[in-house]
Design a protein around this ligand. Sequence first.
Ligand code: HDD
Length: 704
Amino acid sequence: MKDKKTPQANKIDQHLVNNDQKVMTTNDGVPIYDNNNTLKAGERGPSLQQDHIYFDKLMHFDRERIPERVVHARGSGAHGTFEATADMSAYTTAAFLKKGTVTPLFTRFSTVAGFKGSTDLARDVRGFSVKFYTEEGNYDLVGNNIPVFFIQDAMNFPDVIHAVKPEPNNEMPQAASAHDTFWDFISLMPEAAHMTMWVMSDRAIPRSLRMIEGFGVHTFKFINAEGKATFVKFHWKPKLGVHAVAWNEAQKISGFDSDFHRRDLWEAIENGDFPQWDLGVQLIPEEDEMKFSFDLLDPTKIVPEELVPVQIIGTMTLNRNPENFFAETEQVAFDPGRVVPGIDFSDDPLLQGRVFSYMDTQNYRLGGPNFHELPINRPINGKHNNQKDGFARMDVLKGEVSYFPNSKAEGCPYHAMLKGETGYQSHKQPIDAAKVRARSDSFADHFTQARLFFHSQSEEEQEHIISALSFELSKVNDENIRRRELAILNQIDSTLAKKVGDNLGLVPPKELDSLTLKFARQNHPNYPITPKKPEVEKSEALRMKVEEGKGNIKTRKVAFLLDDGVSRASVDSMRMALEAEGAQAVLIASHVGKIKFKEGGEEQIQHSYLTDASVCYDAFYTPEGESVSKLAENPDYLQFINEAYRHCKAIAFAKGAEELAAKSFIKKDKGIIFESEDNLTSDFIQVMKRHRIWEREKLRKVPA
Ligand code: HDD
């Protein structure tokens, strides 16, 4: 499975360059004799202008960087496949959704605000883009891990991005929304209220890219063979569950390993632990368009799963890392406008605007109109048209004809209708309207679903949202902005607003700020408009918390904290139990290289207290042996377990190692496993399945 070559992989393989046993050449293939010295007039003399070998090398080097993506610059990608598992033919003609079809794909995950080299653990939305290389051309599903967006109309996109990116005068802060301009904008845009709740929730600090959901966000349309449309919402559901880290932990991971998510994805795929997501759809008949309390075209709204259930229609597996980051992950060009027959756009004004922006940005970022010819972007069924020339054209068009209609090439390439074949046909949606720049009042309910989200969270998740908002707004300098946002929070939930207000030393205003109202009334002159009664007031599907007895520990990283003299038996019994559940044991000692066991024998290890930190692991185990007395004197070890305790992780101690807990801030709770009191391996695994003991946070905070 690991090396399974899909048709897309074969396309890329044609361009792979293998330097094994090859002499180094210039870009024209001339063998290079000396790659160390420029051409000079004498050994100590000036360099000569005729050094074409040096110029060839530097000219290329000087042009190695291309503009990074204006948003979603930081990302990681992988190849994989999608297998359709349900019969969707009643709704769509899309060939890749025919039951049993396996389609190659490339997926790129990203953060939004940070630059290309910024930390993976920023509090931010995660991009979730999938390019399906279908038999009918490329289909791009360019979504996020949050099912709604900040704004309703594409016209505001540059504004929200300018507000969240580093401020233009001093280019600070990097990859962070905790600053004045972001909250200034958000507090003037009540339509952002719902997305704000999501982005302040644990969804914005995932444990792994393999543990995020994905959403198409907008309502799209499926079109069937009769030309009938059905509204559709897309969902990706990760097989590993949805999990987050703690905020204090996220900040520290950013220092210890700012590639944390990229590394996690890469290593999982290298190890053969292929991440998988089910693709789900919510289907809404066209006739039901106006049936809901919210507008289906409004990208700040979800369709609650209790109202329209998600049906699983296939599975994505990521099973191959890119050969070359730049050629594939950087040059891949996603575009929500790339749709295949059977899929069409709804009139969501954000989606409509996106259809222009992506093609435009790729033309700029990838240097012209031939970016489709880059190996990662090529459709597997080939492309045939009369488009030609332009910068970096790679295809060599044969013959004298580059126009249509023609007789000289027998009308080829012909358009499908000429031979009565099917091709892409847009949904024949009737339109009879006046041209206006305006917004429908059906988009004016900004708080009902923000409330739905907040009220659907567990108590711990709600506390995290309150802390996140308090953190962010504390970093805002302008008190008017803080107050304006508190007024918005007060419209969502008064306890939420009060708790955040207490942390800011402010009483939340009852009414929306006059400036917020002024801007809202530009879209809706009668704002605020009484909202319709929602169909659903709480949705289990919006929670991340893992229920007792559910979840799994596959691919979780467990740190074995030890030193020379550790008992091999104590290490191996736990290691076997964890590996049987698909988790990984990582041995950490005061030095890398060989560690010596109490029973004799050695093992080569890669990690030490110098190189690693507790924040990069899911759970902790201290085996017994002569190592225990060494760890008792090791402040790095104590830092490991104190921090693990603070971040609500499972921590286990073998019988002879339990005394170490007394040296730390740890107090026994159900996440602390003592071999003398608990069933060491099975209780440890059981606690890890719940991901975190979040309740510990409330009961006891410790310095770490
Ligand atoms: Fe966007 C990139 C997702 C609204 C304009 N967007 C980009 C990427 C993702 C999204 C995942 C990264 C693609 C990759 O991995 O290469 N964007 C979204 C979602 C949105 C959204 C889910 C709302 C539902 N975006 C949006 C709007 C506009 C853009 C309204 C402009 C009108 N987005 C862009 C862009 C980017 C982009 C400027 C930057 C790099 C790129 O396209 O390829 O065109």
